[in-house]
Design a protein around this ligand. Structure first.
Ligand code: CU
Length: 82
């Protein structure tokens, strides 16, 4: 008798990318602060913060969190998310 391997159901991942305008960043320290704040969120896969363009490009699981969650984290870090 052979024992079958259990079938693991695929986790539902709905990855999305959002570009959020971030105001108030003045140096690379700010970029780090925003990047860290975003990456600390459960559901964020990748966060790229651009000082010159004043924006954050975030890849996240839309089934877990929303853009609002990302904005909130940026605000809590002390910057303005538009
Ligand atoms: Cu700074």
């Amino acid at each position: 008798m052979t024992s079958g391997t259990p079938i693991h159901s695929e986790e539902m991942k709905t990855m999305a990318t959002a570009t959020i305008t971030v105001k108030g960043m003045t140096c690379s320290g700010c970029v780090h602060a925003v990047t860290r704040a975003l990456q600390a969120i459960d559901g964020v896969q990748k966060a790229d913060v651009d000082l010159a363009r004043e924006c954050a490009t975030v890849t996240y699981d839309a089934g877990q969190i929303s853009v609002e969650t990302l904005r909130q984290a940026i605000e809590e870090a002390g910057y303005d998310a538009l």
